[in-house]
Design a protein around this ligand. Structure first.
Ligand SMILES: O=c1ccn([C@H]2C[C@H](O)[C@@H](CO)O2)c(=O)[nH]1
Ligand SMILES: [Zn+2]
Length: 136
């Protein structure tokens, strides 16, 4: 799938955002190795901290459906420049996506920043860090 199409999918996902508090809609589209697209939107809550971001919604939907091989992610919001994923989402993306996987950050003006998982979170805490402590 072309990156332009994946960014369009993210815009479609954005329209489903549940944002009564911030009114700030975010959409994500996660492409799997076999060509499936998982949509994610942000879902807020009256208990504000229960909010789930668009990126993590897409990631958790995919993993819970048995998909873990991803090839690209697009994220869109109404921001001045390309939207910047939060730290929590960067950590979750790094858990499941290869360091060199492309990530397309965009906005409603069509600005695009093409980056990668490792650029989003250099030095991510990972399973290897846990394995060192668990060594016998
Ligand atoms: O990359 C981002 C940044 C923010 N949000 C959401 C969380 C909250 O609902 C709203 C304002 O922070 O935007 C996302 O979904 N993804
Ligand atoms: Zn986030």
């Amino acid at each position: 799938m072309e990156k332009e199409q994946l960014m369009e999918e993210a815009k479609t996902a954005r329209e489903r955002a549940y944002v009564p508090y911030s009114k700030f809609k975010v959409g994500a589209a996660l492409l799997t190795a076999d060509g499936k697209v998982y949509h994610g939107c942000n879902i807020e809550n009256a208990g504000y901290s229960m909010t789930n971001c668009a990126e993590r919604t897409a990631m958790f939907k995919a993993v819970s459906e048995g998909d873990r091989k991803f090839t690209a992610l697009a994220v869109v919001a109404e921001t001045k420049g390309p939207v910047s994923p939060c730290g929590a989402c960067r950590q979750v993306i790094a858990e499941f996506c290869a360091p060199d996987m492309p990530v397309y950050l965009t906005n409603l003006n069509g600005d695009v920043q093409e980056t990668t998982v490792s650029e989003l979170l250099p030095g991510a805490f990972s399973t290897e860090d846990l394995e060192y402590a668990a060594r016998k």
